[in-house]
Design a protein around this ligand. Sequence first.
Ligand code: G4P
Length: 516
Amino acid sequence: MTLAHEAQRRRTFAIISHPDAGKTTLTEHLLLLGGAIHEAGRVKARGEARRARSDWMKIEQERGISVTSAVMTFEFHDAIFNLLDTPGHEDFSEDTYRTLTAADSAVMVIDAAKGIEAQTRKLFEVCRLRDIPIMTFVNKMDREARDPFEIVDEIADQLQLDVAPMSWPVGQGLNFRGVYDLYKDEFSVFGKDGERISSAEMVARLRPEEKDKLDEDVELVKAGLSHFDAASYREGHLTPLFFGSALKNFSVRDLLAHLAEHAPPPRAQSAKEKVVHPADEEVSGFVFKVQANMDPNHRDRVAFVRLASGRFRRNMKLTQSGTAKTIGVHNPILFFAQSRETVDEAYPGDIIGIPNHGVLRVGDTLSESGKLVFTGIPNFAPEILRRVRLSDPMKQKHLARALTSLAEEGVTQVFKPQIGSYWIVGVVGPLQLDVLKSRLRAEYGLDVELEQAPYDTARWISGSDADIEKFLDGNRGGMAADRDGAPVFLAKSAWELGYVADKNPGIKFAKTRERA
Ligand code: G4P
């Protein structure tokens, strides 16, 4: 098959939701439909583990599990799906945001009793920033749910989206009877494995009052709500919406079929100086996630690369932007729900894992020519800074190696102040501190305390050589280097940052640093 055709049938997507809305359950049923797993309950442990913090850490330390879940590949209706996992807990938002840079579309899962929740909204905003189109699955219709019109209005108002219901529910909770397909004039019966009947048969099955209510609703929906429009969906203005139950595998197939038919294939990616199209011959991709120590005995690292163009073949050589290092990719990995396999070929939209020893970093571009640099994969500003105190001060060197290595995964940031011997770590959410501590102990045998740091905020600085020189002279006490040696100013307070910025108009203070 041609490169263009292979790229065209890829669907790389992520599921966004608030914890407990049903992401894990939906994932499981998508994988079942795609033949990637064969019984329900396999992915389950993760959902539960996420809710219990101690369990979560245990699971996370058994590296294998979270790795196979980083991306899962399956087929359905001649489309090849790459489902990216986004960690559910809000503390992992940085990781989640990065993962969304590798997705071409998203499915938003909403709990029918709760509507839009905080985490859903945050993730939605990231999708909007990147114009990622979204399909919506209103889950748990088999339980007490809110009025469907209310849910639709809430999505439309709060997210400023046109909402196009694809089907409309009859009843909810114990009285949930099924959904009426607004486009095919058919009815899916709840509880009968999604049995589809004609609207004529439906009349015989529903109670008269149910039928009357449905007629009334459908009239309102058709007159007042948007119709599905593929172009508007792909532009991110309209969300098709399904009512269902992930747990009872109801409406999941309709959602998946709609994804296969309408979700966008790999997008063109902006690079410095040009736009890269999936069907371009040159193989290219970018690293959106690095995971270290999947096997603690080997100190290995796997870089997750989202392919952007060309037909990738095993053993080919790719060059890293920035360093111009060339890497022979001999053991690229493709991820399935329960296994990892070496791949011989991969296409735009696919995610391959490249084992390496710390050469590849989040944000790196890989390409055959070495000339491409993709833009737009930022580092997020750490909001919490802590000073690392070792219980055994003889292990300073060991600590330096461990911190740098964990920072290369891109989730924790490390800063080495110019003055003093303590390292400073920065994270986006407090749970990451616990994870960091426990990983330092489990993977490196280091006991540390993470103490209150004398700093409040970190800013990457840039400016002309002369301006930087002048700035350094006056502010050496707050200067540090990030893991790549880039200069960072650690301010004691927002007030200090404002003051210093006023005094140094030639210096730019950035919350994030895009790797060049
Ligand atoms: P998450 O990954 O988004 O955090 O959610 P997850 O799938 O783990 O689902 C959270 C809870 O909601 C689970 O119940 C799950 O069984 C339930 N659930 C998911 N989809 C549906 C649905 O369509 N209908 C109903 N009724 N429940 C649903 P739990 O009680 O926390 O776990 P368990 O004890 O049932 O295993």
